[in-house]
Write a protein that binds this ligand. Structure first.
Ligand code: KIV
Length: 273
């Protein structure tokens, strides 16, 4: 049995992610928001599952991530946790659950771990959030950082475009990443920044970077599962690779079902008791 096979069966820990970076092994991360998808994602060999606050968009249909609440995130995370055996479960701290002060943030993080069964939380923000991260980490809760496009700040950013294109913003992002590492983050998500900058950040950090729209130089990649499965036809940013066209497949299956019910083909005698 190869070492790889053994590692593939071992539960993924934050320490294991650091080992993976050291060994040059890429980290595969996806979102999930329910038990059924979590089981499928886990069984496919994914290293990290994120219950992202993108649930506000893809589950709840909001146009931003701002409305989703801590209680709603905890409910979704508890559903996902029951579906995982191997992957590390990270849960986004939603808007309003950590910005107030480090104690509010700690209480929110404790609720997430206690009530959902997750292992870690993710927080958007740079240097300004470092004392909060230190407080949460000091309570034994692993924290993943998130820099670049931080969707909870959409009202300040004004658009979901590529971030840190100017030299000053790029330098700030590198300093933010170093501050997050110093504060105790076990990994940092880099969203929608130039690939060259993401490579530079990845080389500057000992902890892994996980990119989304940040190029191949990151230590791992993350996508929203509905997007990469092609369920959301209207969303096609440049960074998104579609691995399936589930929208078409599901629509075809549903139309076939409707047709079968309407014309009396379903259920057949073999499908009845
Ligand atoms: O909420 C989310 O899905 C995320 C990923 C895009 C990283 O934060």
């Amino acid at each position: 049995m190869s070492t790889n096979t053994v590692d593939n069966q071992r539960k993924v820990t934050t320490r294991r992610l650091t080992e993976m970076k050291k060994n040059g092994e890429k980290i595969a991360m996806l979102t999930a928001y329910d038990y059924t998808m979590a089981r499928i994602v886990d069984q496919s060999g994914i290293d990290v599952v994120l219950v992202g606050d993108s649930a506000a968009n893809v589950v709840a249909g909001y146009s931003t991530t701002l409305p989703i609440t801590l209680d709603q995130m905890i409910f979704l995370a508890s559903c996902v946790a029951r579906g995982l055996e191997r992957a590390l479960l990270v849960v986004d701290m939603p808007f309003g659950s950590y910005q107030g002060n480090p104690i509010v943030a700690l209480e929110s993080a404790i609720r997430i771990l206690k009530e959902s069964g997750a292992t870690a939380v993710k927080i958007e923000g740079g240097t300004e959030i470092a004392p909060t991260i230190e407080r949460i980490v000091s309570a034994g809760i692993p924290v993943m950082g998130h820099l670049g496009l931080t969707p909870q700040s959409i009202n300040q950013l004004g658009s979901y475009g590529v971030q840190a294109k100017e030299d000053a913003a790029a330098e700030k992002l590198i300093n933010d990443a170093l501050a997050l590492q110093k504060a105790g983050c076990f990994a940092v998500v880099l969203e929608k920044i130039p690939a060259a900058l993401a490579t530079k950040v990845s080389q500057a950090l000992d902890v892994p970077t996980i990119g989304i729209g940040a190029g191949a130089g990151c230590d791992g990649q993350v996508l929203v599962v509905q997007d990469m499965l092609g369920m959301n036809k209207g969303f096609s940013p440049k960074f998104l690779r579609r691995y399936a066209d589930l929208n078409d497949i599901i629509t075809g299956a549903l139309q076939a079902y409707v047709g079968d019910v309407k014309n009396g083909d379903f259920p057949s005698a073999a499908e009845a008791y």
